[in-house]
Design a protein around this ligand. Structure first.
Ligand code: URA
Length: 287
């Protein structure tokens, strides 16, 4: 059995065993029967669990495909492809433009100066690539001289990112810079107009918790564009608006995820003490 098939089977058994446990508890009465009273058929397995929306793919399989990809010219000049990294079901997926020199050398996303700033930006709102953030790029191989990726390079790489989003099911997407924001939101608008406003990624599947069961549904994923950390390193004046954007993301995540709201309470309190408008927005999480 291939690794990707094993992963699908493991996921199915996981959800099926939860369902059987919860289904039995809910329908206990119906299951008490005597010998001449045949057991009723169990309720049907929720459809979501029978539909394997991963298409049999896994993050590891995608990474292996990316490592061998020669769909565009960047495949010839790269040292390492950079598929992305982070937990499997992150709260947030951060999407950058494409690997730079440090990322090309290491095969890991955002590990240079911009990456160090990105880590600090994420930490400011209680996020990290180790715990709750997956980090990836629009193109997976370095554009030479750090130029912008060309439209045909973005098109050649698009399905990798789309599949990653579908498998990761992030609760929100943070776009670092214009290239990521334009790609994810399918727009030609500039970053100054896009940043600080939520858009939606319509085709993704988000995780919705229903009681103790998790069901999948077509729920648009909120997308927040902000300035790219490299742009902030070049122009310090972008730091303040980027921080305002991050606080918006923080409020959105607190509304979507109770555990996050609890973990972030000290940060929410700190920012609320500094900013009365923010304090109003997060009052319900601080009461
Ligand atoms: N800039 C990006 O957009 N992505 C990286 O991985 C590194 C720098």
């Amino acid at each position: 059995m291939k690794a990707s098939e094993k992963a699908v089977l493991a996921r199915f058994l996981d959800t099926a065993s939860d369902w059987l446990r919860d289904g039995y508890a809910l329908h206990k009465e119906e299951y008490s029967f005597t010998d001449d009273d045949p057991p009723p058929s169990p309720p049907p397995l929720p459809l979501a669990y029978l539909v394997d929306e991963s298409g049999g793919e896994s993050l590891e399989a995608i990474a292996a495909e990316i490592a061998g990809c020669t769909s565009c010219g960047l495949g010839k000049t790269r040292t390492n492809a950079v598929p992305g990294e982070g937990p499997e079901h992150p709260l947030v997926m951060v999407i950058g433009e494409g690997p730079g020199a440090d990322e090309d050398a290491s095969g890991r996303p955002f590990v240079g100066k911009a990456g160090q700033l990105l880590d600090k930006m994420l930490a400011a709102i209680g996020l990290s690539r180790d715990r709750n953030c997956y980090i990836a790029n629009v193109v997976k191989c370095r554009p030479p001289e750090n130029r912008d990726p060309a439209p045909e390079e973005i098109a050649a790489c698009a399905s990798y990112l789309e599949t990653q989003i579908r498998l990761l099911k992030p609760k929100a997407i943070l776009c670092a810079g214009r290239v990521a924001a334009q790609f994810i939101l399918s727009t030609g608008e500039g970053i100054n107009r896009l940043r600080g406003r939520f858009g939606e990624y319509p085709a993704a599947v988000a995780i919705e918790k229903t009681g103790t069961l998790q069901s999948d549904g077509m729920i648009p994923v909120p997308v927040l564009p902000t300035y790219h950390p490299s742009a902030i390193l070049r122009d310090e004046s972008l730091k303040r608006p980027a921080f305002e954007d991050l606080k918006l993301l923080m409020v959105k995540l607190a509304a979507m995820d109770k555990a996050y709201a609890g973990e972030c309470r000290p940060l929410l309190e700190k920012y609320a003490a500094q900013d009365p408008a923010f304090s109003e927005q997060v009052r319900e999480y601080l009461d």
